[in-house]
Design a binder for this molecule. Sequence first.
Ligand SMILES: [Zn+2]
Length: 310
Amino acid sequence: MTPGDEVVVALDVGGTGMKCALVRPDGATVHAERHATDAARGPEAVVGTILDVAEGLAGKARADGRTPVACGIAVPGVVDEARGVAVWSANVGFRDVPLRDLARERLGLPTALGHDVRVGGLAEARLGAGRDAGHVLFVAIGTGIAAAHVVDGSAAVGAHGAAGEIGHILVRPDGPPCGCGRPGCLESVASASAIGRRYAELAGAPATAAEVADRAAAGEPLAGRVWREAVEALADGLATGQALFDVATIVIGGGLAQAGPRLFDPLRTALRERLTFHREPRLVAAALGDEAGCLGAALLALDTLAKESR
Ligand SMILES: [Zn+2]
């Protein structure tokens, strides 16, 4: 058997869909498939689908003459990576599901369970836009703002599984309520949803963050104001992040990163204005798109395999 024959089974389970793949140790995807999560069926049915899909992928690998050597699964919500338990998830409905052990029993392979954003950050830091940076902050901006702090290829988990959550840095004490229950978190001001909400509030008509960016670029004053407010709040949050983490590169992913230079140019300037003695990080767009979670799950599986065989 040549090393090229080995693959890991990787799954990234989201609220609506699962991205699944067979990934080689060098990070190359040799097979990919997608499945519906259909979370409305309840967590037991979702777990059943996860195990069936993982087993199917391992079978597919063998049928293609490859050897599945490990399995990695990424899930959203609160994840206890050390125990391999999906502790809680609002959009998938998990409550204390020992997913790692269930998959390990079903597949007979070393298995790792990870948090979707942390493994996404892991992938961006090792294979994507943060490659070779060593210290990376990955920030995913969409419905909310989630983040991961990656040092030398491993994502900090924290004592309670919540390290790097810069979406809940307080940036506007008088700001709008955040999903976490407190007003003024970065997420409540600068997520894509928050930008749309703020524009609707001021303009009296709904708009997505992408539309706000377009209208701001076209010179509409109200959109320009909303966009500027969001960029300034983001810069406040990132400056705090830089004070805490001193990273070489900040990788911005999620829907808002699609705004490209309309986001990155003013954000870079605003961040620079806020830094004093801290070094300015490189600010770049994520490179792996929605495959980051699946690739990260594969990397986590490979890390687990390396640890277990030591
Ligand atoms: Zn919050």
